[in-house]
Ligand binder design. Sequence first.
Ligand code: ATP
Ligand code: MG
Length: 318
Amino acid sequence: MENLDFNNCITRTNCAGFSVYRGKVRDVYTINEQKLAIVASDRISAFDHILKEAIPYKGQILNSLAAYFFEHVKDIVPIHILDIPHPNITIGKKCTPIEIEVVIRGYLTGHAWRTYKSGLRELCGVKLPEGLKENERFTSPILTPATKAKEGHDEDISEVDLLERGIVAPEIWEQVRSYAFKLFERGSKLAEERGLLLVDTKYEFGLYNGEVTLIDEVHTADSSRYFYKDDYEHTFPKGEKPKQLSKEFVREWLMDNGFQGKDGQVLPSMPESFREEVYTRYKSLYETLTGKKFTPVSTKDFDITLENVLKQQTGDNF
Ligand SMILES: Nc1ncnc2c1ncn2[C@@H]1O[C@H](COP(=O)(O)OP(=O)(O)OP(=O)(O)O)[C@@H](O)[C@H]1O
Ligand SMILES: [Mg+2]
């Protein structure tokens, strides 16, 4: 077993003199009008809540995984990455985010299944046929957008509604949806090469000098679900639950400990043994998805590292 350093997890980063936006998982620093430093912390979120304890090296696993997939899709769409000066830090183009979570689903799983099971035959304006089973593959992938809520859960929206409400201009949306389907096709192909199926995923786009650009993260375990192909082919016909490669096991642990993210419920504390398991799962997920070995880099005194990176970036002329 590796000697895990639970005391140096990156729970919150600080750097005086730079404006920062803290998301659930990432701290985003503005370097200048053109550039951001997107710092992947070791925080972990589930059911839209940040868990109380952090996971050693989770930030660098996630950031490196995103970097790997960005590299593998940059021929399809302009990407936000400019540089990765440290495994926890991505220097990205400062984009104006398009306030829509662009979700593509290849299978009737998770939220889509729960909606279908409740009797509805339409999801985000997409008609669904009768007689589908949980985790069944759609004839072709579907686009099920959601609005990015500032607080709480994101809400489903149809393409017609998001255009009618003027959330995105029609010509921009045309590009976004076309990129999203192409990206999903590439993500599925990359997954299959590793014996996996890309089940569903979420993309975020932004505008950079008017150009539609892929931002945030892509095809990571935090933004996507995968099945193991062999396992799916055995379990699905028998109506059994296919094994998922995702952070579903964290949600399951929380539910076993009485937490589903509902109001009034108390977040359980993760013991070190479980945090270690989460680390091991994230590490193996990285290795399965990329075929590369993960070697942690120390996160001791991370704020000093961050300050050096930010100062150097400020000096660089982009
Ligand atoms: N290149 C970029 N330009 C502008 N914003 C970006 C870029 N890349 C990522 N972001 C934004 O940075 C934030 C990343 O933080 P994180 O993923 O932790 O947030 P979140 O909790 O998922 O979402 P949010 O804070 O938006 O509710 C997101 O709001 C994302 O939209
Ligand atoms: Mg996010």
